[in-house]
Ligand binder design. Structure first.
Ligand SMILES: C[S@@+](CC[C@H](N)C(=O)[O-])C[C@H]1O[C@@H](n2cnc3c(N)ncnc32)[C@H](O)[C@@H]1O
Length: 418
């Protein structure tokens, strides 16, 4: 029954338009946060491990094979095929996976409309293949299908499955994969601030949330329209490890969890809906504005108002540290800009002392940015300082997360060893 609910909810989102259309960076599915933060963070952790495989494939003169589970419109293909090369400035080293190395991308999804859209956009590539399939019953495979180098999922896809379904899926991947295949498992984090009302100490008490894709609607519309909801598994790393360990034990194949990471602690889609937290804040919209070319952002609206929930001490502590660093960085940037407007560079204020290395580095970058911005072409406030501030905030999120289920997304990178 749960797949029908999810399918109905995705169809509503597609009809609304913003789910699959690239409207602009300020809102919609492909906003700046998705492209510049969320995709980048996923790529950042995957990249070094995929690079090892790419180098081996190149020297063995073999093609790379990618499987995207719950591929939707093929965004995984877009992300993986565009992964940047090793050097930052190298003229020819533009992509990690050269087109000629990519032997096969297989995208599987339940939703026909999304698959059609994927086919429209990427179907002209010979090595790309979309097909309808259901991973609730294990890994959809054809007879004799060869192993993949990466079994990829993204944006909470695995939270659609029950624990039993996940166990079966991991068992199938363990058996189908080759020695060294990677699995990227992507769930909804249990302790995201976006759903603080749903936090619970006893995980058995609440395993799922009723997820709504109501964030695509404007604030004024949001309360008036009825959108379908569907159950999504709320995950912690411990719960993922238990499922993966059971799959490994039952198959006798080693599934090594290389790392967990949290994605979007303060900028997840529901930070501004208030659907699961009575304290909504337009932080995603404001950070999108930082990254929008030609648009200046009112910085005080970027301040994060973290309200702790009693009884959740480690979660409160980690989120409060991040909120404090976030706000101090904003204050320092505003101070730099004020001085730069009125005085000479020599007078730029020193940053406050901090015990957080990530914040120290962010201070440095903002100071350098404000320093060099003088005399450059264009609106340096909108197009340089603000985008660097966006990246500095992103770097705080990335460096201060510990993969503990505190983000919108909880991702596990797993290696099959045979
Ligand atoms: C959170 S979306 C992610 C979509 C896409 N990967 C992206 O990056 O935006 C989850 C996707 O999983 C698909 N899905 C849900 N349950 C599925 C199942 N049992 N088998 C195959 N696809 C499923 C949905 O149709 C949806 O496209």
């Amino acid at each position: 029954m749960h797949e029908e609910h999810a399918d109905q909810a995705y169809n509503e989102a597609i009809q609304h338009g913003q789910y699959s259309e690239r409207i602009k960076g300020l809102r919609g599915k492909y906003d700046h946060i998705r492209i510049l933060w969320e995709d980048l963070i996923t790529a950042f952790y995957l990249r070094p491990h995929l690079e090892t495989i790419v180098r081996k494939k190149e020297s063995a003169q073999e093609g790379l094979r990618l499987y995207d589970l719950g591929c939707g419109t093929g965004d995984g293909y877009d992300l993986l095929s565009k992964l940047p090369g090793r050097t930052k400035l190298g003229e020819h080293d533009t992509r990690l996976i050269p087109q000629e190395l990519l032997e096969h991308y297989k995208g599987v999804d339940l939703n026909i409309e999304l698959l059609k859209e994927g086919e429209n956009v990427f179907g002209h590539y010979d090595h790309v293949n979309f097909c309808k399939g259901d991973f609730y019953n294990g890994l959809p495979l054809e007879e004799g299908e060869r192993p993949y180098d990466l079994y990829f999922t993204s944006y909470g896809t695995l939270s659609h499955s029950s624990d039993e379904e996940l166990e079966k899926l991991f068992m199938d991947i363990a058996r189908h994969g080759r020695n060294g295949s990677l699995i990227m498992g992507d769930w909804i984090g249990r302790f995201s601030y976006e759903w603080q009302n749903l936090w619970t100490e006893n995980f058995q008490e609440r395993t799922h949330m009723e997820y709504k894709i109501n964030y695509l609607y404007d604030e004024s519309e949001r309360d008036q329209i009825e959108v379908s909801s569907f159950p999504m598994r709320l995950m912690t790393p411990q719960e993922v490890s238990e499922i993966v360990d059971r799959a490994a034990e039952k198959t006798g194949i080693d599934l090594e969890i290389i790392r967990f990471f949290d994605r979007s602690l303060f900028v997840g889609r529901h930070i501004e809906t208030g659907t699961y937290n009575g304290n909504p804040q337009p932080i995603r919209a404001m950070v999108n504005s930082l990254h929008e070319p030609g648009l200046r952002t009112y910085f005080p609206d970027l301040k994060f108002n973290f309200i702790p929930r009693k009884g959740f001490s480690w979660q409160n502590r980690m989120l409060k540290d991040l909120a404090d660093c976030w706000n101090i960085l904003l204050d320092y940037t505003m101070a730099l800009m004020k001085f730069s407007d009125h005085g000479s560079n020599a007078m730029l204020p020193e940053p406050p002392l901090t015990e957080f290395q990530a914040l120290e580095r962010a201070f440095d970058v903002m100071r350098q940015t404000v320093e060099v911005s003088k005399g450059l072409f264009g609106d340096t406030r909108a197009d340089l300082i603000e985008s660097q501030l966006g990246f500095a905030l992103r770097s705080l999120e990335m460096n201060m997360q510990r993969g503990m289920g505190l983000g919108h997304g909880l991702v596990a990178l797993i290696r099959v060893s045979k």
